[in-house]
Design a protein around this ligand. Structure first.
Ligand SMILES: Cc1ncc(COP(=O)(O)O)c(C=O)c1O
Length: 427
């Protein structure tokens, strides 16, 4: 307690020191740089020392309408005064579920959880419960949260021979590795042959419809849909990041391919812990004992599931995103920044690519076409220098991407392009 009270008046350097003592690796496990954020407003954040940044972290995605949005704050404050959690159904949660069902074309019902990791874990279990099979096929480099299953070949340091996956953490039982099949993203031929080889064993193909920064090649998602349908396998789209970001109806609407199950998070909680599994009612019925009976019933319980404050913030965030012009702004800002970066790389003759799409992209220092995890690795030393150079110039981003929000202004984009140009000179 004394330590916490003391922390109120500490300088940023003192906080960094305290963090090193009381938190493993001095942090929460997310971004690693020694920066303590004090507050955010719109597209900007300030650190404890008072330095201002243009923010392309956006809380790792959820703050797509900007920090401390006055309407989201008002909705949250109205809700908070009525009590903050009940463990029983609440009106905001039910209405948020209805909004998601209206928005996401493939979703007929949703079940709430508190994080994207949890949503993905349940989505995989749901597919197993529904089909009675154990194996999940995922793509190397695809991020599906921190569960034992999700951490197979997320960011493998050593190459395995497909379809063998590599556990990205100690502590993952060998049995988990055996239940996952791993293929390179955008490689339909490999998917097709794995499905043939493991006929009758695969519960689902799990994919990010836009993997990290890598767009699906034309026909890839359609191919996954065809192969899964032909082989009676479920298709799961992890839309934790793409949902309400690529379009109001997510990447499934943007690319026009419908999964059987999808997971959502980030934007739908408006900056609070809330995520969801969504899908066809027939599949979601596995969460309903009266519909499927004791043997098929999947228990799913969470203290904060459907939390009313998170649901109120999420509903208001979605209401703002749904207004005319929101996605035009988001795409215009992202495209302008990508274009600005591309011009500089060309003008300065730097071997690098701007990879991604307007809502989410980054610069990768490579001359290869980026189509899967292995081709996306680029030159890590140059990437580290570029990221440090941007941060030094007041641009806050993750090591691997820019999240664009409707909060970013034309002035933000111009200032960011200037910072990029200077960083490239330094590089
Ligand atoms: C595609 C994807 N799935 C799952 C997750 C995990 O979500 P959370 O951090 O809420 O557990 C993330 C987080 O960035 C994600 O991008």
């Amino acid at each position: 307690m004394a330590e916490a009270a003391l922390a109120q008046d500490m300088s940023e350097a003192e906080l960094v020191e305290l963090a090193k003592r009381v938190l493993p690796a001095g942090g929460f496990g997310n971004v690693s740089y020694p920066l303590i954020v004090a507050r955010g407003e719109g597209s900007h954040v300030w650190d404890v020392s008072g330095n201002e940044y243009i923010d392309y972290l956006l809380g790792s995605g959820p703050m797509i309408v900007g920090h401390a949005h006055p309407e989201v704050l008002a909705a949250t404050q109205d809700c908070v005064t009525q009590g903050t959690t009940f463990f029983a159904n609440n009106a905001d949660g039910i209405r948020l579920a209805a909004e998601i069902v209206d928005a996401m074309p493939s979703v007929e019902q949703v079940r709430f959880v508190s994080s994207g990791s949890e949503a993905d874990m349940y989505a995989m279990r749901l597919a197993r419960a529904h089909t009675g099979r154990d194996k999940i096929l995922k793509f190397e480099g695809g991020y599906h949260g921190m569960s034992d299953f999700g951490l197979i070949s997320l960011a493998p340091k050593r190459k395995s021979n497909f379809p063998v996956g590599v556990p990205d953490s100690p502590g993952i039982p060998k049995s988990v590795q055996q239940e996952m099949l791993v293929a390179p993203y955008n490689d339909l031929a490999m998917v097709e042959s794995l499905v043939k080889e493991h006929k009758g064993e695969i519960a689902a193909i799990l994919a990010e419809p836009f993997q990290r920064l890598i767009p699906p090649q034309p026909g890839f998602l359609e191919g996954l849909r065809r192969i899964t349908e032909e082989n009676d396998i479920l298709l799961i789209f992890d839309e934790v990041v793409t949902g309400f970001r690529f379009a109001y109806g997510g990447a499934q609407q943007y690319y026009g391919v419908m999964p059987d199950i999808c997971t959502m998070g980030k934007a739908i909680g408006g900056g609070f812990p809330l995520a969801a599994i969504g899908g066809k009612a027939e599949i979601m019925a596995n969460f309903d004992k009266s519909a499927v009976g004791d043997d098929k019933f999947m228990a799913q319980i969470g203290t904060l599931s459907g939390n009313p404050v998170a649901a109120a913030a999420g509903r208001k965030t979605l209401e703002i995103l749904k207004r005319p012009g929101s996605y035009d702004t988001l795409f215009a800002r992202g495209e302008a920044l990508m274009e600005g970066y591309r011009d500089i790389l060309k003008r300065r003759n730097i071997e690098a690519k701007v990879v991604g799409d307007a809502p989410m992209f980054d610069v990768i220092f490579t001359n290869q076409d980026v189509v899967d995890y292995r081709s996306s690795l680029g030159d890590p030393e140059k990437a580290a220098k570029y990221n440090a150079g941007m941060r030094k110039r007041g641009i806050l981003k993750s090591e691997g991407k820019h999240y664009i929000g409707i909060c970013h202004t034309e002035a933000d984009i111009e200032a960011t392009i200037r910072a990029f140009d200077e960083s490239m000179v330094e590089l």
